[in-house]
Design a protein around this ligand. Sequence first.
Ligand SMILES: *Cc1c(COP(=O)(O)O)cnc(C)c1O
Length: 407
Amino acid sequence: MTVSSRGDAEALDRADPLAPFVDRFARPDADLVYLDGNSLGRLPHATRTRLRDAVDHEWGDDLVRAWSRWIELPRTVGDRLGELLGARDGEVLVCDSTTVNLYKLAAAALAAQPDRPDVLVPEHEFPTDRYVLEGLVAQAPERSVRHGPPDTVDERTALVVASAVDYRTAELADVAALTARAHDAGALILWDLSHAAGSVPVDLRAANVDLAVGCTYKHLNAGPGAPAFLYVRDDLQAALRQPIWGWFGQTEQFTMGPRYEPAPGIDRFLTGTPNVLGLLAVDEGVAVVAEAGVAAIAEKGRALTSLLIDLAQQWLAPLGFTVASPLDPTRRGAHVALAHPEARAISLALVGEADTVGDFRPPDLLRLGPAPLSSRFVDVWDGIERVRDLVERGAHAAYVDAPSRIV
Ligand SMILES: *Cc1c(COP(=O)(O)O)cnc(C)c1O
């Protein structure tokens, strides 16, 4: 349907089968238009209750005795999250940060491919991915990072690293085809699922993916700094050794033996004591996504971003914006990038003047992510209307030189 009034957007909300999920999330400020759920998802009410209970009763009452349960969490929460990603039990852990997991898995993959000198990563890949790989090859003089798209993999490539959903434009990669291509060239492939997990379908087994990592604080709504996940296909686990030899990755951890011997299976990719409260928040975030279903979430994501793009083309194109995301909804994830020369100032002014949160990505992108589970169609309507009104009245001019630590 074409949406030509706020009432039309309200009608879309009434017809939305996922609309009841919006109320599962904290929304204390009715005026706030939050279009940054792809960066930090909203707080699920269930998570607040779960963490409060865990603090009061598990930590408060049970103390160290609770470790007999907590110690299983990286595995059990990993298995639940793995179901969303098409992984089998024993292939996913929730632990550490995405950056650390990327380091562990990329180092293990390079060690397993000693005769191939290159790591292939797209030039515009998320910075932490590029930096971690540069850091790894800095320790290995015979190796180098080659910047290029994953389909340029060749016989010199040890490992390909790429994102399933581009963090700037939300463009979807063809995970299955590019994985097959890497395998044909004899390379391993590691997918970063940070913007994909909980927003678009991922089927790691069907695509025969080797390795993957990703965040839980974006579309999995697990909260700031919540532990990340890693996936290692089960038949690869025994052959891979990660570089952080911590006691949680040790076989027979509590014998406290003299030498490190990696645990069989996925546990060898653990490092040290896990973040228990963070793991409980991941468990709740995963539960709400699983209940709604990733296919339904992705469908709503396409509808929300299509509305956003429609409105941007009508209202914002005359103000100098262009759509930098794929126009084909089947080619994009759950956010949209709008290019504008003043995108940084506009992003800051939206927060400062219009109670509207998106974010800025250099050099010129205003990134707007109406997270499907916690956003309404009217949020998109209101948000784009506010962008239009703000830029029309030139309110961003005052923000051109505004300092900000995070943009
Ligand atoms: C958000 C994001 C990260 C973040 O990594 P952290 O270790 O959690 O800081 C990594 N990779 C991609 C592609 C991301 O979008």
